[in-house]
Design a protein around this ligand. Structure first.
Ligand code: 9G3
Length: 570
């Protein structure tokens, strides 16, 4: 490709509203352009990289026997009404009416659509299992689109759906897709973790997220420094690995703590540690008030409380509810003197408190030497706190560290959630009608491209891994008016293309400095410069990643480039 014939509008300046590296560089290097908030065009370089990511996805899914199809973006509202989701999704689901005033959803995902196709076509267990996928544009009206392609309102997703007559069959496909995702993100050169996205405690191994480690990621991952354990921070299980104190239980004492409210202040005021304090939070769990206890240095995880109490809603009680129910303000609430008036549940760590400190349920008063079971009764202990860095890994191997992550993949075991509500059934081997068991599996293809750009760049621009680069070689003649240079440049352009190298030639009438700066920005893996030594048939080769420069005679060029490009793609 010659640069005069394509469109690569590079920018000198960093665009004002681009906050992260990948967003800045994809704009500056002319890969994308924004058309509206969260809505982008992929210019030729961006489109070529997008295609390479898609091809890797296709290869890995085809390899496990999945079949590609393409479903419409315009989805009849009837389907979403059958599944019940027309009402549950708010403004994020983009909707429109056609000329006959019929309502449509713009496809945010395709569970309803695929289920409506399968229910018409699959009637017998003999046709199962089946895995179908598409690579298609999705529409989600995000409230706050940000970070360029990382959180857009129109984006490219690979979404796959699998159909089964048994849970075992679903498990098999889930594992195959799990492995295919591992291959895909490995081939993209990404540093990623497969993360438990549902608490293991619920026996729910039923969803994993694939997270690319990056400080611009919106999610926090808890991962082990010695094993493959990794979980979303709100799902990570905490081991009950505490020890009892051998201190004697002392007499309870009430002390005045005027205006002392936070755990930090109480611990400081009473010359003790936070882990010796009992934090009491009053929650409204569905319609019931529950006092939830955690050690002073831990944080209650309301998602775990919700799961533990099998509740639909869990929210912190308001200040007036605290006053009404307990008779004091938040900073003075404690588990004692409630005489069973309120259900008390506690994180495991509370069991091991000895002579702890708790609110006295009177404003400005605290109790010393509080001991569980002697001074208050806990109805149930559970894993109710957020995991912290330094905690032991739940799999017993190593210690937990935190990292930020970009979610690029998400795999779910759906069960019969959609086949039940949309009546997608098959006849089993005994002729009985059963709901089809489903799985669904997504990859953010355009988000993956951005994650690669985020991970592979330096102070001069993008540095693509060879198998994702829009072109293999950037061929740069310094002066097209010089006969030797122009002749050699065209000879090499044709020679490289004839040897299946994808070449971008900078044939613009620009100064060398501009060409080199643009070349570094665009980030192709190898640059071949045709300059002064063209008359001797010698060119300069530069490796983008390392900056390594070497002079090569044109007769050695093919071998040199082959070696450089294959060595990088390992
Ligand atoms: C919507 C809107 C946003 C959504 C959804 C529906 C997320 C929605 C979850 C999924 C589940 C899987 C298939 C590929 C893998 C992920 N955001 N989800 O269902 F209407 Cl506006 O998309 N779908």
């Amino acid at each position: 490709m010659k640069q005069r014939n394509t469109l690569i509008p590079t920018l000198r300046e960093i665009p004002a509203d681009a906050e992260i590296k990948s967003h800045q560089l994809l704009l500056r290097a002319g890969y994308i352009r924004q058309n509206a908030s969260g809505i982008y065009s992929f210019l030729p370089l961006g489109k070529k990289v997008l295609k390479k990511v898609e091809e890797i996805v296709r290869e890995e899914l085809d390899a496990i026997g999945a079949a590609e199809l393409l479903m419409p973006a315009l989805q009849p509202s009837e389907l979403w009404k059958e599944s019940g989701r027309w009402g549950t999704y708010g403004p994020e689901l983009m909707r429109m009416n056609d000329r006959h005033a019929r309502e449509f959803a713009l496809g945010a995902t395709h569970e309803e659509m695929i289920t409506s196709i399968i229910r018409d076509e699959i009637k017998s267990y003999k046709r199962l299992p089946l895995t179908l996928y598409q690579i298609q544009t999705k529409y989600r009206d995000e409230k706050r689109p940000r970070f360029g392609l990382l959180r857009g309102r129109e984006f490219v997703m690979k979404d796959a759906y699998s159909f089964h007559s048994s849970a075992e069959s679903l498990d098999e496909t889930y594992e195959e897709i799990f492995q295919a995702y591992t291959n895909i993100f490995t081939r993209c050169g990404l540093n990623f973790r497969a993360v438990i996205a549902d608490s293991g405690a619920m026996g729910g191994k039923d969803t994993h997220e694939f997270m690319v480690l990056s400080e611009v990621g919106e999610d926090t991952i808890a991962y082990s420094d010695e094993s493959s354990y990794a979980a979303n921070i709100e799902m990570a299980e905490v081991m009950e690995s505490y020890s009892y104190s051998d201190e004697e239980q002392k007499e309870i004492q009430k002390v005045s703590t005027p205006e002392i409210k936070t755990i930090e202040d109480v611990a400081a005021f009473l010359h003790t540690e936070k882990e010796n304090c009992i934090k009491s939070l009053l929650f409204k769990v569905d319609e019931e008030f529950v006092l939830v206890l955690s050690r002073g240095d831990h944080e209650i995880n309301d998602i775990k409380v919700k799961n533990f109490l099998n509740a639909d809603t869990v929210e912190l009680a308001s200040a007036e509810e605290m006053n009404e129910i307990i008779g004091c303000e938040a900073g003075s609430i404690g588990p004692c003197t409630l005489d069973g008036k309120i259900k008390i549940v506690a994180d495991h760590a509370i069991k091991y408190i000895r002579n702890g400190i708790a609110g006295a349920n009177e404003n400005g008063q605290h109790l010393l030497n509080v001991n569980p079971e002697r001074d208050f009764t806990v109805e149930a202990y559970g894993d109710l706190r957020f995991i912290q860095e330094g905690d032991p890994s739940p799999d017993g191997q190593g210690t937990i560290l935190f990292a930020k992550g970009i979610e690029v993949g998400h795999v779910f075991k759906l069960g019969t959630r959609y086949s039940d509500s949309m009546n997608s059934t098959y006849l089993d081997e005994n002729g009985r009608s059963q709901s089809i068991i489903m799985g669904c599996y997504g990859i953010g293809v355009s988000r993956t491209l951005a994650a690669v750009a985020e991970q592979f760049n330096d102070e001069n621009g993008l540095v693509w891994p060879t198998n994702l680069s829009p072109y293999d070689v950037h061929l740069i003649p310094i002066n097209m008016k010089d006969d030797h240079q122009s002749a050699l440049a065209h000879e090499l352009y044709d020679g490289l293309k004839n040897n299946r190298f994808d070449v971008l030639m900078d044939d613009r009438a620009e100064r060398p400095g501009v060409k080199f700066a643009d070349s570094d920005l665009i980030g192709l893996p190898v640059r071949v410069t045709v300059g002064k030594k063209a008359s001797e048939g010698i060119v300069e080769v530069k490796v983008r990643k390392t900056g390594e420069m070497l002079e090569v005679h044109k007769d050695e060029l093919l071998a040199t480039l082959t070696d450089l490009l294959t060595s990088q793609s390992k």
